[in-house]
Structures are given as C-alpha cells and as structure tokens.
Design a protein around this ligand. Structure first.
Ligand SMILES: *Cc1c(COP(=O)(O)O)cnc(C)c1O
Length: 234
C-alpha cells in the first residue's frame, strides 16, 4: 500500500517539532527562536505544497531551473511563502535568481554578491542575502571565515542587505569536529552581524541549535530520501 505523501510529511513534521522544542529546551532556548526552512530540492512540487499546508513559510531550493519549474506548477492563489536560494550563485544567473527568489543564502564571493546587488537594483527588488561560510574541508564553496566580515562590509556598501551567515557542517561522526566547526560559524556570525545564523541540516541540526542556529535547513527529515543521492549544494 502506498503511503499518502502529505500524511507522511505531516507525521515527520510533528515528530520534528516535538524534538526541536525538546532540544531547544536542553540548551535554554525555545523552538520559536529557530525558523524551519523546508528544503525541497529533488522532491516533487507536492512537497512544497505539503510544507505550505503545514504552515511552513520558508522554502529552500538549490537549482534555478528546478525551482522555476516547481514554483510555476504550484496552484495559484497559494499562500505566499519565502523562497530561499541555497545553490551556487553563477554570476550569469544572478538576474534570474533575483527574479525567482526572495533570499539568497549562498553568497560566497564578491563577484556573485555584486551581480546579485546589480540585478536587485535593476529590478527594484529588496534582496536579503547570507554569506555562505566554508567550515568544512569537504565543501567546495563558501567564504573563509576570516574573509566573511570583509565580504559582508563590501556587499553592504554595494547596497545588499547582508542578514547573517549560512554554513554547511562537515560530514563526520566526530562530535567534537562538528561542534568546533559550528562554533566557528557562530563566532563569524557574531562578527558579520545580522539576525540569521542558518546552520544545521537533517543530520546535524541538534548540534546547530546548541551553537545558536536561528534557522535550520531541513530536507530529508521532512520529505524522506531524495532521488538524487544526498548531494549538497553542488
Ligand atoms: C540539501 C541541503 C539541505 C537539506 O539537507 P538534508 O540533509 O536533506 O536536510 C540543507 N542545506 C543545503 C545548503 C542543502 O544543499
């Protein structure tokens, strides 16, 4: 018997919320301090609809073409939600990214940020961004933590609203390595400033909440395994 996908997502979400408030409480925080970003890459359009039906209002996608197709397929009149771009920013796609998304979490170098700033100016759109940090030797993208503050300053001077930082944790079984990486992200967030520390995914959000994350990016824990095996931000 096939499971009704909506119901599965609903159950996963209920379990997630329960655990989030438990984990937040363990670290003297409340779950209301942590925004849940539903990451729907490599999931069908219905995953976005299901997330919105559950009351989630922040949706993350990594690939411009895929996102464009899915956003267009959503039924019209659907409650508005915030679209977050998580993928690598190619400068020649900046205009299309600005048109399609409300926030870009993956600005990791000056030319990408400048291209977004220019496109946002030209379309008269406010585009909040996060600086993507590299805190893991296995990650290809991301600004070095010691360069993040300078990058944020330069982009703010260019008119971009830099609202914080985003980072992808190292894939590791070593809890010490993970928490050192997350502490580095939290410290860098303190220097960059802003309101959003986007840290933590399905496998490591608990440690991220401990390190002060204000936004966890959750894909497989809400929607199940992806068709395309586990790729992140490629
Ligand atoms: C895919 C992805 C996620 C979600 O990953 P899960 O492990 O499925 O929760 C979060 N952040 C980024 C940047 C991603 O690429």
């Amino acid at each position: 018997m096939e499971l009704e996908p909506e119901r599965t997502v609903r159950e996963r979400y209920a379990a997630f919320l329960h655990e989030l408030s438990e984990v937040a409480g363990q670290f003297g925080r409340t779950s209301s301090e942590v925004t849940i970003l539903a990451v729907t890459k490599a999931q069908p359009t219905e995953a976005i609809a299901a997330a919105i039906d559950l009351g989630l209002r922040d949706i993350g996608e990594n690939y411009l073409q895929e996102a464009r197709r899915k956003f267009a397929a959503l039924r019209t009149g659907m409650t508005r939600f915030r679209k977050h771009f998580l993928g690598h920013v190619q400068t020649n796609k900046a205009k299309a990214i600005v048109e399609e998304f409300d926030m870009v979490q993956s600005v990791d170098r000056i030319d990408a940020g400048r291209a977004l700033a220019k496109a946002a100016r030209e379309s008269g759109k406010q585009l909040p961004v996060l600086i993507q940090l590299n805190i893991s030797p296995t990650q290809r993208f991301g600004a070095r933590p010691d360069e993040a503050e300078g990058l944020a300053d330069a982009l703010r001077a260019d008119g971009l609203a830099v609202e914080g930082v985003m980072a992808i944790g190292p894939v590791t079984d070593d809890a010490g390595e993970l928490s050192r990486a997350f502490e580095q992200a939290a410290k860098t967030f303190g220097r960059v400033g802003g309101s959003t520390l986007s840290l933590g995914m399905s496998a490591d959000w608990r440690q991220a909440v401990e390190s002060g994350s204000t936004m966890v990016r959750i894909g497989s824990a809400l929607f199940g395994a992806r068709d395309r095996a586990g790729e992140v931000n490629v």
